[in-house]
Ligand binder design. Structure first.
Ligand code: AMP
Ligand code: ZN
Length: 118
């Protein structure tokens, strides 16, 4: 269910402080500590999954709910409406995919350009 050594499991359980954006039974969302855009937060499942490389058919409903949560939270956090506004969703996977924290997380980035990194 959770990995006691995992940073994001600890954040989801409130054992490490974070700037919370949203919480429900299944997901926790919080601001990225090193934002790459004016709005940058992460959505994580509370249940530990290391990365997109581990997902199976059993994760499909959770992944669908995580993706559909993103636009709602993006607007809540101040992203401008589509199409002139919008947001970027990113899931880094594995070392070559740029993943640093091995608990599945969806980056949500938005806000007026320019952004810090890309
Ligand atoms: P990734 O490279 O996709 O694994 O992204 C990990 C993200 O987690 C990076 O953007 C980090 O800035 C962010 N991060 C690392 N530690 C924390 C923390 N304690 N609170 C919030 N964000 C964090
Ligand atoms: Zn974890």
């Amino acid at each position: 269910m959770h990995d006691p050594d995992c940073l994001f499991c600890k954040i989801a359980r409130g054992q490490i402080p974070s700037r919370k954006v949203h919480e429900d039974d299944e997901f926790f969302a919080f601001h990225d500590i090193r934002p790459a855009a004016p709005i940058h937060f992460l959505i994580i499942p509370k249940r530990h999954v290391a990365s997109m490389a581990q997902v199976t058919d059993e994760h499909a409903p959770m992944l669908g709910r995580m993706l559909t949560l993103a636009p709602r939270l993006a607007l809540q956090e101040g992203c401008n409406p589509y199409p002139d506004g919008g947001f970027r969703l990113v899931v880094n996977t594995g070392t070559e995919g740029g993943q640093e924290v091995h608990h599945l997380h969806l980056h949500v980035l938005g806000g007026p350009r320019p952004w810090a990194r890309g």
